[in-house]
Design a protein around this ligand. Sequence first.
Ligand code: 6PG
Length: 232
Amino acid sequence: MRKIGNFISASDTGEWISVCCEMLSIRIKETLAQQTQFYLAISGGNTPKVIFEQLIKSNYLSNDEWQKVQFFWVDERLVPTDSPESNFGNAMLFLKQLPAKFHSMYDAALGEDASLERYRSALQVIPQSNGFPLFDLILLGMGEDGHTASLFPQSAGLDETKEAVFINEITSLKSRRMTLSFPVLLQAKESFILLNGVKKISIMQEMIAGEQAYPIENLFRGNNPKHWIYCK
Ligand code: 6PG
């Protein structure tokens, strides 16, 4: 049984950003009424940037609330944080003004193995289930090849079930990236999948019709609530 989730369509980019901000801030507020920390994993790419810029500018959350949010990353390129390729570096350009806690995935000074070990221990602060961290919310994007996180088509990482985080060889990009594995994405308490643009919507429609097998479809194996928030 494929648990696809529910779909929220915005009429334009402005509404899409507002819906994402409203849903994200409501979820953080609701969760912080029940627990002292909010464990959030955000993706790279351009999508989270526009959402967090608006979220910060419009003061959806107080500093008191932000102090209880712990940011993790879904995936990362193996570059220094001051590289324009760095998901952490790009996000921190605006997130740094928040009194939240940030856990970067990759530190060029440490190198791959030590960065991986450091992130694996950072993930231990999060309550665990089935040996994997139980995020309160994961924000995911999707590439135009149907990848999510750094789980790309034909990459070995699609089948990773032992480690919560690992380095995936991505032959299509001739590159390697650190990424959370599907067992972590599948058991998050909730996922928001944020899509913008006609090409991505058509991929989403193909997936709903069951016509193609894209990496992101592995999310359908999870019983957790998934919200596809999109606009053309
Ligand atoms: C990355 C991201 C990646 C992203 C998709 C969508 O490191 O690039 O984590 O998985 O979510 O490529 O990117 P956009 O949001 O920029 O379209």
